[in-house]
Design a protein around this ligand. Structure first.
Ligand code: BGC
Length: 732
C-alpha cells in the first residue's frame, strides 16, 4: 500500500476518535477483538509456557488475530520487516487494522546515551528529555511506534541489576524524570511511551530479580506510586505491569492495584500491557490453575495486551461462552487499544512511522552523537579528587584496565548495531593529545597472564596512572543481580598492584550500579564514576579528565559502605532510637561493626571548583496555604577552578500522622560559578509540596513544624537547617 493513502480504518472527515472506535468495534468478530489483545513476537510463534504451540505469525496477521508486535528485527532490518508485517495486517486482513510495533528503546536506538541511572545524575530534565526525544525519533523512522520506556521503579538495593534502568532512589526526582521522559518520547518523539513496571518491582527481596515484593500502603503511595502518577499526568499512553506479586497477587492479575489504584486513583485510561509472558507466570506464582484461568484473572484486573502469551486469543471464546468473562470486559480493553492506535495516527496512516528515506538523516547523526557526549559528561560523578584532576597535558599517563580501550560502554538494553564505532577512553584521550601507554592489565572477570606485571611497569614509567575498571554490559540489567557489588577480584588485584607503585592514580569507573568503593576511596587520588556512558563515552570522560568539561553529576543512589547495610538510602524513616554519633549509648539503631551511613550519599558529587554553602535564610516563620515562603543560601566557589554545582533543598515533616522521612528532596537548582564567584540560590516553598499520603489514606498536608535543609548533597544538607510552621493542612 502506498504511503499516506487513506486506509480502511482511516477516519472520515469530522469523525471523532471515539466515534471511529465504536464504528470499528461494532464490525469486529470476537476473534478479531481478542486478536487486538495479543502482542506477538516477530517470528513464527512458539507459545511461551507449558504448552508449546507453533503458530505461523503471517497467517495470524491475515486472520486479524495479532494487535501488536515486538522483537521484530534489528535496527538494520527493522524498517523492512515492519513494512512487511504492516502490509499484511493492513492489506490482507478483513478489517485492515494496523499494528503497533514495540521496542525497548531504553537509552538510545542507534545513538546510545548513558544508562538511565547515569543520566538521572545530571539533574537536568531538559537534557534527559532531549535524549528521550532523540531516541524515539531514531526508532520511529524505522517503524517503531510504541516504546517500553520509561522504567520508573524506585530502587533501594544495588544488588538488583535493574537499578541501571532507573532514575535512582528518590521519588520526587524520579517523578520529574518520569515526566521528562514521557514528554520527550510522546510529545517530541511522537511515539507511545510506557511506564513500567507497575508496581514495586524494584523492591525485589534480597535484590534478586523477579523475587517477591512486600510493601505497605504508605510505601505504595509515598514511594512507588509518585513516578507513575507523574507519568500519567504527563499524558503517558501505556503502562506495563510488573512481574512481581504485590500483597500476594502478581501485578498483572492484581485488580485492586491495576483497576483500583492505577485506573481509579490515578485516572489512567490508556493501555495496560503485561510484562513478557507474565500472564503465563501466574501459573508459576501459583495463583492460576491453567492458561484459561490466567487469562480470566488478568482480564479481571483490566489488562489490555498480553505480551507474548496468547491466552486471551486461544481461550477467550470459551471463557465468554461459559460466562467466566464478559464481552463488556473484552470491549473495554479493545476500545482502549484502538483509541491508542487512533491517537498515534496509525489508523489514519499505518505507515506514518515508516520513513525509510529519513533514516540516514535521522539515525546516528553527528548532532545526536554530540548530545550523547554532553549528556555522558554531565552524568559522570566525581567521587574523589585530591587535586590530581584535571590532568595536565604534559603528564605522561599509563592507561590501565579492561576498560582502557574497551567498547563495552553501552550498558544494558542496547539494540544499537554501532558498538564497534564507540569512542573508547583511549580514543578520547588520544584525541586530546595526551601522551600515554595502554595496558589492559586484567580482563573484566578473569586475570590476564602477565597483565599485572606489564601494568605495573607502565605505571612506573608514567607520571599518572589512570585505572579504567568496572562492570561490563552483562553485569547489570535484567536478571543480573549480584551478591557482591564489588569491582571483580582480578581487577582489584590489578588496582592494588598499581597503587603500590606510589604513582598518583585516577580511577575511572564503568558500571551499572552503585559499587563498594571503600578501598578505592582510601587508595585512589581521584575517582570518576563514568557509568555506562554510551556511544561517545570515551570522549566525554576524556573531556572531564582533561578539564574541558567540568564535572557536575550528583549521585541519585547511595553507594553503600558495606553490603550488610543494604538497603541504605537517604530518605529513610527515623527510628525511635536514632544513632547519635559520638555517644556510647548501647540501645541505638546501629551496627556493632560498621557505620550506618553509606560511603557516598544521595546527592553527592564533586566539581573542579570547591563550593561552600552558607546558612539557610527563611523569608518567614509561618506558611499558610496559598502562600509561598522562600529559603535562600549563598553558594561561593572558594576553589581555583570553575564549579558546576547542584544546590539541593530537602524538607522534613517533623510530626505527622505517619512517621515521615528524615529528609525528602523537594528542589534542585544548578549554578555555574567561576573561582571566587558567589550566587544567591532561592527555593520557593508552598503548601502543595508538603502533601503526602497520610494515615487516613488521603493526599494531604498536615499543619505543624517542618525542617528546611539546603546543601550540596543530602549529608551536608542535614547540617544546614532552618524551619517553618505550616499553619493549616489541606486535603486533595
Ligand atoms: C522486561 C521489560 C521489557 C520486556 C520486553 C521484560 O523481560 O522486564 O522491561 O520491556 O521484557 O522486552
Amino acid at each position: 500500500m502506498e504511503k499516506n493513502k487513506p486506509c480502511r480504518t482511516a477516519r472520515r472527515p469530522g469523525q471523532t476518535i471515539p466515534e471511529a472506535v465504536e464504528e470499528l468495534l461494532a464490525k469486529m468478530t470476537t476473534a478479531e477483538k481478542l486478536g487486538q489483545m495479543y502482542q506477538s513476537i516477530g517470528a513464527d510463534i512458539t507459545t511461551v509456557g507449558t504448552t508449546q504451540v507453533k503458530e505461523p505469525v503471517e497467517e495470524l496477521l491475515r486472520a486479524g488475530q495479532i494487535g501488536s508486535m515486538m522483537q521484530v528485527g534489528e535496527p538494520h532490518d527493522l524498517a523492512k520487516r515492519i513494512r512487511h508485517f504492516q502490509d499484511i495486517a493492513v492489506n490482507e486482513s478483513r478489517l485492515g487494522i494496523p499494528l503497533l510495533f514495540c521496542l525497548d528503546v531504553i537509552h538510545g536506538f542507534e545513538t546510545i546515551f548513558p544508562i538511565p541511572l547515569a543520566w538521572s545524575c545530571c539533574f537536568d530534565e531538559e537534557l534527559i528529555r532531549q535524549a528521550a526525544a532523540t531516541s524515539a525519533r531514531e526508532a520511529a523512522c524505522c517503524g517503531i511506534n510504541y516504546i517500553f520506556s520509561p522504567m520508573v521503579d524506585i530502587p533501594h538495593d544495588p544488588r538488583w541489576g535493574r537499578v541501571a534502568e532507573t532514575a535512582g532512589e528518590d521519588p520526587w526526582w524520579g517523578s520529574r524524570v518520569s515526566a521528562a521522559l514521557v514528554k520527550g518520547m510522546q510529545e517530541d518523539g511522537g511515539v507511545m511511551a510506557c511506564l513500567k513496571h507497575y508496581l514495586g518491582y524494584a523492591a525485589a527481596e534480597a535484590g534478586r530479580d523477579y523475587n517477591t515484593v512486600e510493601f505497605s500502603d504508605s510505601a505504595l503511595h509515598n514511594t512507588y506510586l509518585p513516578p507513575f502518577a507523574a507519568g500519567v499526568k504527563a499524558g503517558v499512553k501505556s503502562v506495563m505491569t510488573a512481574f512481581n506479586v504485590a500483597n500476594g497477587v502478581p501485578a498483572v492479575a492484581n485488580r485492586p492495584l491495576v483497576e483500583g489504584v492505577l485506573r481509579g486513583e490515578l485516572g489512567f485510561d490508556g493501555v495496560v500491557v503485561s510484562d513478557y509472558a507474565a500472564v503465563m507466570e501466574l501459573m508459576e506464582h501459583g495463583v492460576a490453575e491453567d492458561e484459561a484461568d490466567a487469562a480470566e484473572k488478568a482480564l479481571a484486573a483490566t489488562l489490555d495486551i498480553e505480551m507474548t502469551t496468547n491466552y486471551f486469543r486461544r481461550h477467550g471464546e470459551a471463557l465468554l461462552n461459559s460466562g467466566r468473562i464478559t464481552m463488556e470486559q473484552v470491549d473495554a480493553a479493545v476500545r482502549r487499544i484502538l483509541t491508542a492506535k487512533y491517537e498515534l495516527g496509525v489508523m489514519d496512516d499505518p505507515y506514518r512511522f515508516l520513513r525509510e528515506e529519513e533514516i540516514d538523516s535521522t539515525v546516528y547523526t553527528p548532532e545526536h552523537l554530540a548530545q550523547s557526549r554532553t549528556l555522558a559528561a554531565r552524568s559522570a560523578v566525581l567521587l574523589k579528587n585530591d587535586g590530581v584532576l584535571p590532568l595536565a597535558k604534559d603528564k605522561k599517563l599509563a592507561l590501565i584496565g579492561p576498560f582502557a580501550d574497551s567498547s563495552d560502554l553501552f550498558g544494558c538494553w542496547c539494540c544499537s548495531t554501532r558498538k564497534a564505532e564507540v569512542a573508547t577512553l583511549a580514543t578520547g584521550l588520544r584525541e586530546k593529545g595526551f601522551d600515554f601507554t595502554v595496558e589492559e592489565g586484567s580482563g573484566v572477570q578473569q586475570p590476564i597472564e602477565g597483565g599485572i606485571e606489564r601494568a605495573v611497569a607502565a605505571a612506573k614509567a608514567a607520571d599518572v596512572a589512570v585505572l579504567a575498571l568496572g562492570e561490563d554490559d552483562q553485569m547489570s540489567g535484567e536478571a543480573c543481580s549480584r551478591m557482591n557489588i564489588t569491582i571483580p577480584e582480578c581487577q582489584q588485584a590489578l588496582a592494588e598492584a598499581v597503587a603500590v607503585t606510589g604513582k598518583p592514580t585516577v580511577l575511572v569507573l564503568t558500571n551499572g550500579r552503585p559499587l563498594l568503593l571503600n578501598w578505592y576511596d582510601e587508595h585512589m587520588n581521584a575517582i570518576l564514576e563514568g557509568w555506562a556512558p554510551g556511544s561517545e563515552g570515551g570522549r566525554a570522560l576524556a573531556d572531564l579528565l582533561a578539564g574541558d568539561e567540568v564535572p557536575g553529576g550528583k549521585l541519585t543512589m547511595s553507594f553503600p559502605w558495606h553490603t550488610g547495610q543494604i538497603p541504605v538510602y537517604y530518605n529513610e524513616l527515623p527510628t525511635g532510637r536514632p544513632f547519635v554519633e559520638g555517644t556510647d549509648e548501647h540501645f541505638q539503631s546501629k551496627y556493632l561493626d560498621g557505620p550506618n551511613a553509606p560511603l557516598y550519599p544521595f546527592g553527592y558529587g564533586l566539581t573542579y571548583g570547591r563550593c561552600v554553602c552558607g546558612a539557610v535564610k527563611m523569608s518567614g516563620e509561618n506558611l499558610a496555604p496559598g502562600e509561598t515562603l522562600t529559603a535562600t543560601v549563598t553558594v561561593r566557589n572558594e576553589g581555583s577552578l570553575p564549579a558546576r554545582e547542584t544546590v539541593q533543598l530537602y524538607l522534613r515533616d517533623r510530626c505527622a500522622s505517619l512517621s515521615r522521612p528524615v529528609q525528602e528532596l523537594r528542589g534542585v537548582k544548578q549554578v555555574w560559578l567561576e573561582p571566587g564567584q558567589q550566587a544567591e540560590v532561592s527555593f520557593a516553598i508552598d503548601e502543595p509540596m508538603l502533601r503526602f499520603y497520610t494515615a487516613r489514606g488521603v493526599w494531604a498536608s498536615e499543619a505543624g513544624g517542618f525542617d528546611v535543609m539546603i546543601g550540596l548533597d543530602s549529608r551536608s544538607a542535614k547540617q544546614n537547617k532552618a524551619g517553618f510552621t505550616l499553619t493549616a493542612g489541606v486535603q486533595e
